[in-house]
Design a protein around this ligand. Structure first.
Ligand code: GLU
Length: 356
């Protein structure tokens, strides 16, 4: 009897030790919140080898179930913000997402946030969040190029690496990051360069922030642009942003598109110019007419990489234009929408393009 009691007590003690050490291990892991918005990472096709699929068809729990070991990296909680292909991302969803991130990261027990997102407009949401998130903690966007049902789906490893980056204290203070295909990009510099390839994101002008390798990360640099807690932009009381259109330049561009944009209510126009932000003479005249009416005109470029400089072939001082510097048209639009929330002069807006 005495022997049996001793055996039972020994077992009780062993179980207690195991349970408490697993609780301790759980407590010691970082806490990461995943906010899901949709995209191909949550996409599903009828078969594993078909190219047609529906974005945003799979919920956060199904995505997590496909990633073995992900819960060893962090304690993970998931929330669904939206479930759209990112071609349907809206300013409204972006504002909801930003506000939710600010609340979540304000909690002392949350160490980082991962946002699952379609790749089509990921650079726009990443850059927007880079300007309006009010926290130094890691914020990481992730997606995939192949749907979750594909042979060799890239989403599971991307998600694993994204959680690894969000859980890593070394990621803090580098602004909003994007993790795709083992590379860690900064929100200011990355851009999508291939319509379908798994290796689609590049940071042509500034290079990578780092690389992720099965949950372990190497950092090469920190983006130099102002972001997050240093940013002057605050959307906590904002429910919509001013309309900014992007117009694509080409040989023999029709200037009427610029006039139409102004007539239909745009407060800002970004020209995806040829070369160094150029456009033909009739379009320059239309853009100058727009600027005279108070519409802010930003010259960016349709070229994949390079800067757009002030007063090179276009006299920006005379025409009251803004040069986009390093921002491509889609990111120039994001910055201009936020800038237009404030009563700023064109030269003050130009300074924002050199700062953010
Ligand atoms: N249109 C999809 C999206 O952006 C495809 C891109 C992707 O997620 O890879 O949501």
């Amino acid at each position: 009897m005495e022997r049996q009691c001793r055996i039972i007590w020994t077992r009780v003690i062993v179980i207690c030790v195991l349970v408490s050490s697993s609780c301790l291990a759980q407590d010691q892991k970082p806490n990461v919140v995943i906010l899901a918005t949709g995209g191909t990472i949550a996409g599903a096709a009828a078969t594993g080898t078909q190219s047609a699929y529906t974005s945003g068809a799979v919920g956060i729990d199904t995505m997590l179930a496909a990633v073995p070991g992900i819960r060893d990296l962090a304690n993970i909680k998931g929330e669904q913000i939206s479930n759209v292909g990112s071609q349907d991302m809206t300013v409204e969803i972006m504002l909801t997402l930003a506000k939710r991130i600010n609340v979540v990261l304000g909690q002392a027990d949350v160490d980082g946030v991962v946002i699952t997102h379609g790749t089509d407009t990921m650079e726009e949401t990443a850059y927007f969040l880079n300007l309006v998130v009010k926290s130094n903690k890691p914020v990481v966007l992730v997606g995939s190029m192949r749907p979750s049902t594909a042979v060799s789906a890239d989403g599971p490893l991307n998600l694993f690496n994204a959680v690894g980056v969000a859980a890593d204290p070394k990621s803090a203070g580098r602004g909003v990051l994007v993790v795709m295909n083992d590379w860690i990009h900064g929100a200011h510099s990355l851009t999508k360069t291939n319509t379908t390839a798994v290796q689609t994101f590049m940071s042509p002008l500034r290079g990578l922030v780092g690389v992720a390798n099965y949950g372990k990360n190497d950092y090469y640099n920190s983006p130099i642009w102002k972001h997050t807690i240093e940013s002057e932009f605050d959307v906590s009381d904002v429910s919509h942003l001013p309309r900014v259109d992007i117009l694509y330049a080409y040989s023999d561009m029709a200037p009427d598109l610029i006039d139409a944009s102004v007539a239909t209510g745009a407060k800002g126009i970004v020209i995806a110019g040829v070369g160094n932000g150029n456009m033909n003479k009739p379009s320059l005249e239309a853009a100058a007419r727009a600027a005279k009416k108070g519409v802010v005109v930003v010259r960016s470029s349709r070229v994949a990489t390079g800067t757009v400089g002030r007063n090179v072939e276009v006299n920006d001082d005379e025409m009251n234009f803004v040069a986009s510097d390093e921002l491509n048209p889609q990111k120039a639009r994001i910055l201009l929408m936020l800038a237009l929330l404030k009563p700023l002069t064109t030269s003050e807006i130009q300074q924002l393009f050199y700062t953010y």
